[in-house]
Write a protein that binds this ligand. Sequence first.
Ligand code: PLP
Length: 480
Amino acid sequence: MKYVSTRGDTTPRGFSDILLEGLAPDGGLYLPERYPRVDAATLARWRAAADRSYAELAFEVLSLFVDDIPGADLRRLLQATYTDAVFGSREITPLAKLDDGVFLQELSNGPTLAFKDMAMQLLGALFEYELARRGEHLNILGATSGDTGSAAEYAMRGKHGIAVFMLSPHGRMSPFQQAQMFSLPDANIHNLAIEGVFDDCQDIVKAVSNDLAFKRRWKIGTVNSINWARLVAQVVYYFAGYFRATASNEQQVSFAVPSGNFGNICAGHVARMMGLPIRRLVLATNENDVLDEFFRTGTYRPRAAAETHETSSPSMDISKASNFERFVFDLVGRDGARTRSLFAETLAREGAFTVTGEEFARIAGFGFVSGRSTHADRLGTIRATWRRSRRLVDTHTADGLKVAREFVEPGVPMVVLETAQPAKFAQTICEAFAAGAAGGDVPTPTVPPALAGIEARPRRFTVLPADARRVMQYIEAHAG
Ligand SMILES: *Cc1c(COP(=O)(O)O)cnc(C)c1O
């Protein structure tokens, strides 16, 4: 399997070539040159593999996308990654029934209690493997306001050949998030608390990455959400959820996905293109509704910083959706020149683009529908779900559930992806029950035993001014 860029560069590259990379050289995103098609016999075999273990299913799926890692090695990496010990159950992504045809697929039982662990844990294993094979090392530089940084650190901790330098705004993360990251004792994890806001952290990462000599000298890399390996790791759980929610491969299911950067639902799109019987992909946004707007109107208009709302589902607070170009490439018939013109020209010049009427009409054929959810919707959904099903959901999952209910159809299971655990957003949970709870029946989100008392553990972090040179000096002194 070879990979090409969404902006027309068709130089064929293998999986291992693009594993450690971000953007393609022409500024596009990598996609497989074609989607492998899964026929009925294969789907039957995969249903049986899924019964054996999540790692076996993952091996079947990834084998179609990875042909430059020996099968025995890939299987071993997957078996070491998707374990009961790391993900809290043998099923890895258990399916819970809520009510009449609505299910929750739990993707947030990993070490940081959010779905990003599903892909990031595998990325850690793949990076370590590939770097050892090449005799190289990598210094991962990132900026985080919470979720991504901790998922990356928990995936890369203790890995050979890898050091992580994670910038966060000093004193601005939630106490739980700070504790999660800063309590890691591993010598290859460096928490740099920057005296500034998240944008300052991001600017520093950009400044360091733009210094090509420094970048090459110190082997600086990233783990952002456009990485293809992260995306393909997420394809697996759509198959797993489908097999759990159905008794036969004749049935269809719909998936509802709380979306921000379009990484998670893009993996659903890939699964559907492979032939998984997905009826609808229900995209849910919060008040930051860039994507809902596109799927309703055909116009993609990234927002300015001032127009980006801080919400109670913060991991979906995006101004633009960094993986969206992958879907647009498919929508325009995999025309790299057309994709380039939309993203590199029209968008750059006018701050927005609108697809043609003919292109817009094709969206239905890809199964996409969308909706948005507000703070009030989240609180109402969290309350209603507790009352109806005795299940506490987090704010992001609540956005997904709210929009999912607008698209439930008789006879088609609706699987809502649970992207985080409520314990991470305890404040909003409290608010949900303070606002309208009649009676004393108020749940408290529970923190899993592994993370209990985490706020009291010793912390390791270094405070630095918002100055790229100081960060570069730190990297020079501590690089792997
Ligand atoms: C990252 C994240 C999302 C958004 O996922 P995308 O792949 O960016 O669309 C939703 N919920 C939670 C909890 C997240 O951490």
